[in-house]
Every structure is written in structure tokens, then in C-alpha cells.
Write a protein that binds this ligand. Structure first.
Ligand code: FAS
Ligand code: PHB
Length: 408
């Protein structure tokens, strides 16, 4: 058995774990990262695509955005289609912030490339990962790699191992509440080797269902289609997927091109939040703590925000002996997580007609979408949530003063 000693043991080398480890290193705090998959798998895994301005600023501030700034697509707005109309919502005009299209796997590649070669602090293909000692001062992570049993002794553990990891499961059930919501929708996601059919994202709400035309590069499209959570895979042969996509995107017959499907995934629309996001010396970060429906593209953006907040709390502890931010990590993060959940829920119900939707529902939905497309206060408030600026702003002072007791 081999024993390693570090200040922070990070479980999971997704965006959250890699960014956390990068930030800690940049401020002289030592970490060891334990990842169950191979480096090749991480670099190939296509997931999120939309980065908020705040996320890009974090990556720029950490010296990780050179390639993003060269290759990322800057979008000043997007199209909103409904009732055979096309509206354009410009977040840059409304609140001065664009969004960026840059695949999550590209962020992961940039994070991996930024690590010193062979620095020995990142362990891939880890098996039987187990967390212990989180209620004491010397927690540890044990795993097997290349047939060797390894134990990482640390001062703190960051659980960055996603929704199906071991971190959240290491917290006693009596000390944790997991709030969840399963929406009655799934998405079918296609990665297609064909140029996007529009230069910006197209969110399209049709009586037949929601469709989203996104992209990863000028040569690769990312297309999503609402399906019913009860549907079987066999209900959606390629022919039907393409037909429904083009109908829901209101694309005329002549332009209904296709392309080579490079990957197809089925994404359940669900939401979870684990409270609290810390227990003893273990801190939950990103998908290990919360899952968002992908509708509003919050998962990756909130994960990197968590990692940045935890990094600075740990740096404060090790560099200045500050305990406050570390003890207050969960309390600091949960309001932002719930704000992102609220916006994601609102947008999911707005964009996805339910199976039992009636003419009343369609007309009410049209009224909501029309309000969104008008450049008024609704559009400004929407843009503020969509680009994530609302989470970065200090909580607005309430204009409603607390009542001393409830007046009759
Ligand atoms: P991740 O899940 O990315 O990383 C966790 C890491 O921990 C993984 O590398 C995993 O291998 C590792 N791990 C797991 N168990 C372990 C163990 N026991 N020991 C060691 N390592 C372990 N978000 C958006 O914002 N927009 C989108 O369009 C979008 N699309 C998505 C599509 C799909 C199919 C999926 C699954 C998710 C999508 N998401 C999207 C959400 C996604 O991007 C996450 O929010 C993001 O990956 C969060 O990053 P992490 O918290 O680092 O978790
Ligand atoms: C994506 O490209 O994966 C994407 C973009 C915007 C969204 C959701 C997903 O709102």
C-alpha cells in the first residue's frame, strides 16, 4: 500500500475538480486529484456547451482562457421561435453581457493542459474509491490504481465526483437532505457533423414540443428535442427525430438538411440539491451537490462558481488561518444554487408543452413568450438570469421592510 499526504484531496477530475485543483495550486495549496476514468475519456466526453460571462471571467482570471478566447463563439443573443414567428433576444443589448459557446470537453482539455506534466497529483483510472474520516481532522481517500492500493491523507476533501459519485453518499443520511424534482420531459441530444443552420442558438417552442438548435463549432451542431419521459428509445428512430426537429424549429422543407450523427444521448430533465453542501471536512462541489435540467445551461456554470468559492475559502484557511468562509461555504452557495434552480425550472415549464397541454395553455405560453420578446423589464430580468449576472450581484436590499409582527 502507498500513502500520499496532501492538503486537499479532490475526488473527480471533471470541470469542478480540475478547476478547484488548478486554483489551489496557483495559490500554493497542495492537492491530489482522484479520477475513476481515463484522461482520454474525459477529453472526449461531450456535455455542456454554453458558458456564462462569469465563467469566462473565472477562466480568464486563472489564465485558462487563451484557446477559449481564440476559438470560442461569442453570442450577443439568440433566436426565440414560437407560433411561426422568429424573435431575437439580445442579452448584450439588454444588459451588456454575451454568452459563449465552447464545449465542456474543451474546458477540460485546457484544464488538463495547464497542469505541470507528470506532476503526479492527478490519478486516473482509480477503482474502489472510498472516503473516510470526514468527521475528524485527518480525512482520507483510498483507491486502487494499477493494482496498487493507495491512501491519500488530507486536511480536507472536495467531492467533485458528480451526481453518481461516492462523496455525497459518504455523508450520513441523517445529516443530509436531497431535494429533487423529476420533470416529465427528457431531451434527445444529437451531436451532428454539419454546420449549424443558424449563426446563434435557436430556442423553439412548438405545439408539438420544444427544440433547441445549438452548436459546438462552426462545423458541428448540437441539437436537442423534447420527448416524454415515459417514451422508450424505440419510440424515437432517427427518421422521427429529424422530422420533429425541423418541424419544431419551423424550418421549411427545402432547408431541412441533415448530417452525420456523431453522438446521441438521452438526458432526463431533473433537478436535485443536496443540503448542506458540506459535512465535517468534506465539501460537495458541482454536480456532486446539485443537478439542473439542461434547459438554461446552468450545470457547468454553477459548478465552476462553487469551485471558485471553495478554492478561495480553502486558500484563506491555509494561507491566513481564516475559518469563516470555509465554515460558511454551503450557506454562501445555496442561495445561488436555488436561484439557478428557480430560473431553470421556470424556463423548463415555459419552453416544454406538457403532454396534456390544451389550447388555453398554448395561448398563455404565447403570451409569456411574447412578453419575453418585448424589450421591456421582463426581457431585462430574463437576460439577467440567463447570463447568470443575477447570481454574481450581491443580494439586492429588499425594498419590502420586514414587518414588526404581522399586522392584522
Ligand atoms: P462531472 O460529472 O462533469 O465530473 C465528475 C467527475 O467525477 C467525472 O469525471 C467522473 O468520472 C468522476 N467520478 C465519478 N465518480 C467517481 C468516483 N467514485 N471516484 C472518482 N471519480 C469519480 N450542463 C450545462 O450547463 N449545459 C448542458 O447543455 C449540459 N448538457 C449535459 C448533457 C449530459 C449528457 C450530461 C450528463 C450533463 C450535461 N450538463 C449540462 C451538466 C454537466 O455539464 C455538469 O453540470 C458538469 O459536468 C458539472 O461538472 P462536475 O461537477 O465537474 O461533474
Ligand atoms: C448546449 O449547447 O448544450 C446548450 C446550449 C444552451 C442551452 C442548453 C444547452 O440552454
Amino acid at each position: 500500500m502507498r500513502t500520499l499526504r496532501t492538503q486537499v484531496a479532490v475526488v473527480g477530475a471533471g470541470p469542478a475538480g480540475l478547476y478547484l485543483s488548478h486554483e489551489l495550486r496557483a495559490h500554493g495549496v497542495d492537492s491530489v486529484v482522484v479520477e475513476r476514468c481515463s484522461r482520454e475519456h474525459l477529453e472526449r466526453r461531450v456535455r455542456a456547451g454554453l458558458l456564462e460571462e462569469g465563467t469566462v471571467r473565472l477562466l480568464r482570471g486563472s489564465g485558462l482562457a487563451d484557446r477559449l478566447d481564440r476559438q470560442g463563439l461569442v453570442h450577443d443573443g439568440f433566436q426565440l421561435r414560437f407560433d411561426d414567428t422568429v424573435q431575437r433576444i439580445s442579452t448584450t443589448s439588454l444588459i451588456g453581457e454575451p454568452t459563449y459557446i465552447y464545449g465542456q470537453q474543451e474546458v477540460v482539455k485546457d484544464l488538463l493542459a495547464a497542469r505541470p506534466p507528470d506532476d503526479g497529483s492527478l490519478h486516473f483510472d482509480a477503482r474502489d474509491v472510498q472516503i473516510a474520516g470526514i468527521t475528524g481532522d485527518h480525512p482520507s481517500v483510498a483507491f486502487t490504481a494499477d493494482g496498487e492500493q493507495v491512501v491519500v491523507e488530507a486536511d480536507f476533501i472536495a467531492g467533485c465526483d458528480g451526481h453518481h459519485g461516492v462523496s455525497r453518499a459518504s455523508i450520513p443520511t441523517a445529516s443530509l437532505v436531497v431535494h429533487s424534482r423529476r420533470y416529465p420531459f427528457d431531451w434527445i441530444g444529437l451531436l451532428v457533423g454539419a454546420a449549424p443552420f443558424a449563426s446563434e442558438l435557436v430556442y423553439s417552442v412548438h405545439a408539438r414540443g420544444f427544440a433547441l438548435a445549438s452548436m459546438r463549432t462552426p462545423e458541428v451542431s448540437r441539437l436537442y428535442l423534447q420527448t416524454d419521459a415515459r417514451d422508450e428509445q424505440s419510440d424515437w428512430p432517427h427518421e422521427r427525430i429529424w422530422d420533429e426537429l425541423w418541424q419544431r424549429l419551423y424550418v421549411e422543407e427545402g432547408r431541412r438538411t441533415r448530417g452525420a450523427v456523431l453522438e446521441q444521448v438521452r438526458v432526463p430533465l431533473r433537478a436535485t440539491v443536496a443540503e448542506p453542501m458540506q459535512f465535517g471536512r468534506l465539501f460537495l462541489v458541482g454536480d456532486a451537490a446539485h443537478i439542473f435540467p439542461p434547459t438554461a445551461a446552468k450545470g457547468l456554470n454553477v459548478a465552476l462558481e462553487d469551485a471558485s468559492v471553495l478554492a478561495h475559502a480553502l486558500i484563506g484557511w491555509f494561507r491566513r488561518g481564516e475559518a469563516g468562509p470555509l465554515e460558511g461555504y454551503s450557506a454562501a452557495r445555496l442561495p445561488a444554487v436555488w436561484r439557478a434552480q428557480d430560473f431553470s425550472a421556470w424556463l423548463t415549464w415555459l419552453f416544454h408543452p406538457a403532454a396534456d397541454a390544451t389550447a388555453f395553455d398554448h395561448r398563455r405560453r404565447t403570451a409569456s413568450l411574447t412578453r419575453l420578446a418585448e424589450a421591456g423589464s421582463s426581457a431585462v430580468a430574463f437576460a439577467d438570469e440567463y447570463v447568470g449576472r443575477s447570481r454574481r450581484r450581491p443580494p439586492a436590499r429588499s425594498y419590502v421592510h420586514e414587518l414588526d409582527g404581522m399586522e392584522a
